[in-house]
Design a protein around this ligand. Structure first.
Ligand SMILES: [Zn+2]
Length: 192
């Protein structure tokens, strides 16, 4: 009896039931409109996984935004051990090399821009985007490589929509990334 699997499972730091509970809070959302929130997984992902609380918050944000602004969820939890996690790390290594060549003076931003920013930790770290009058607004047309002056011009053009979205995210307990480029990505973390 002493050596039964049940006996050993009791010695694990995390009980199997806790692991089950942790994953119960994670929702897998496929492309389309889910619970009133638009989901557009960032390539090569085919779905976005988020904490159930996050989807509730995003629904609340969508409800309080003006009708012409629609929130788009693009990225959530991506476990390191998955094929998606592997792909992201490959892109990241390549991206760092290109970014260093293009922006030698911005090496202090590498960790902020190319770090996993919590996406490999749990489903409370997300990237969102938005649409205006039914059209997706691309704040970073060339991704993180978009020239800073081009980023600033886009920010000016969409300033009011962007400000409304940022304010709504903060009101619902999200913290927006401190890095200018990441804040346009729009990376945010649920902090309360
Ligand atoms: Zn992110």
């Amino acid at each position: 009896m002493e050596h039964s699997p049940f006996h050993y499972s009791r010695l694990l730091p995390i009980a199997p039931t806790d692991i089950l509970t942790m994953h119960l809070n994670l929702l897998t959302l496929t492309r389309g409109v889910q619970a009133g929130v638009q989901i557009r997984p960032r390539w090569p992902a085919r779905h976005v996984r988020v904490d159930a609380r996050v989807l509730g918050k995003l629904q609340a944000i969508q409800a309080e935004l003006p009708a012409q602004i629609n929130l788009i969820l693009t990225r959530g939890y991506e476990p390191q051990a998955s094929s998606l996690g592997f792909a992201r790390r490959r892109f990241r290594a390549l991206g760092i090399g290109v970014f260093r060549l293009l922006y030698p003076a911005r090496c202090d931003e590498l960790a902020d821009i190319f770090g996993s920013n919590g996406h490999d930790v749990d489903g409370t770290h997300i990237d969102v985007s938005f649409g205006l009058n039914g059209r997706r607004v691309r704040m970073l047309p060339l991704g993180v490589f978009t020239l800073p002056f081009w980023q600033r011009r886009r920010v000016r053009r969409c300033a009011s929509a962007l400000a409304e979205l940022h304010a709504a995210l903060i009101r619902q307990g999200f913290q927006i990334h401190r890095n200018a480029t990441e804040s346009l990505q729009i990376h945010c973390d649920l902090v309360h």
